[in-house]
Design a binder for this molecule. Sequence first.
Ligand SMILES: [Fe+2]
Length: 168
Amino acid sequence: MSEPGRLQDHPNWKYLLQEFDTLYRNGSSGGSPAIRSHRKRVRDRLSSSMRSNPEVLETPCTRLPVTAHLARALDLGERGAMQGMARSLREVSAQLEWQYGYEKLPKALVKKYAFCEILGPRGPVMAENLIIGFVLFAPATTYPQHSHAEIEESYISVAGSWSENNAA
Ligand SMILES: [Fe+2]
């Protein structure tokens, strides 16, 4: 079990965050200026947070029904282009606090959805202006359309396939 401390004392969290830094540095914006500037904001906030050697909280390891699919998702991720991310995530998988997050979770998602945070105002790695985490979906899940008024959000697929608006 890890001791509470700073990021430099928690190499596994640090390596995982470095994977995000690499992704937001080297990935494609698909030619979109909005996505390009979003990606820059993410990596600026992430590097300034990492440079500050932030506090790391010891969060409880919690599981939800969908986390029964996590090992398989990591296996798939480790075979693909996101293998570095999948491997780094596996190293902290016993420390993840999986949660639902919606005030009223659609019943269909109870067994099929959860998310966990890696960095943000609630920890485990403390940061004020950025949240980084993972969402886990069971196979054949429909995630309801939604939007956020006050935040920007981006998703990158680590494992599995998905479609939006019936497009591949
Ligand atoms: Fe969202």
